[in-house]
Design a protein around this ligand. Sequence first.
Ligand SMILES: [Cu+2]
Length: 209
Amino acid sequence: MRPRGCGVGEQVCDHLVEPRLGPRAQPAPRLLGPLITPLPAATITRPLALLEKLSEFFPDAPAEALLGTVAGDPNTGVGTWTELHWDDDVSENPAVGATELWEFYNATPDAHPMHVHEVAFEVVNRQPILVDEATQQVQVDIGFAPNPPEAWETGFKDTVIAYPGQVTRIRVQFKTSGQFVWHCHIVEHEDNEMMRPYRIGPLQPGQPT
Ligand SMILES: [Cu+2]
């Protein structure tokens, strides 16, 4: 491409695009990113819930977006969720150095960009789920195979989109002790109840329980 018709005092340049004259050059080695070393296998699976509470007064009107835990094994059977708020006790307490599989079961009608502080994680896969709001239960829909991460999700991430009606699985290694948060990155959701504290390692003086 070479500029043409671009003279002194002119306001607009036009450009003529010509065929490439030779093979496309490869990026210089210094511009290539470092090779990624995969995280070790997870030793614990934590099923977690993304939830939306409907208004008691207005039909189909959301009153609260919040997070929770899932008890039972929704991969092989049914998991029952428990709603948790910001000021409830810490429920995720990985050991320092542990690698865990976190599963975000999205029982809401919206996609949520889920962010975990302090860590860089790998996106493992996504899979459709069945949601029963009446019984507060989720179950993996085994009629569908897990979908691998998208091409742009194969590096280390600190945020992943959890789509509605799916479980989104991430592999996380927790290296630094302390108290941090995991949350939806939509401001209206994180400022509502879609944020939870979590702790890496033992409780330390000054940390809220
Ligand atoms: Cu959200």
